[in-house]
Design a protein around this ligand. Structure first.
Ligand SMILES: [Zn+2]
Length: 67
């Protein structure tokens, strides 16, 4: 199943930021549980496809992944 979910692998931030960034750049999925983003859904505990939510958004409103 899930190998290394970002949600449960916070230590990657400390140990290998480059690897973490490789997972989160150009994200396609957002975690409905903790708000992380990733480009593969296996990396999140409750992945939702970001494109699902983009279509009805006002394009002028930039919503960055701010916690
Ligand atoms: Zn999560």
């Amino acid at each position: 199943m899930a190998k290394q979910q970002l949600c449960k692998n916070k230590k990657l931030l400390k140990t290998d930021m480059a690897a973490y960034i490789a997972h989160v750049e150009k994200p396609k999925f957002v975690c409905a549980s903790c708000g992380r983003v990733a480009n593969r859904k296996g990396l999140l505990c409750e992945p939702l496809k970001i494109t699902r939510f983009k279509q009805n958004r006002c394009p002028g409103k930039a919503t960055r992944n701010g916690f």
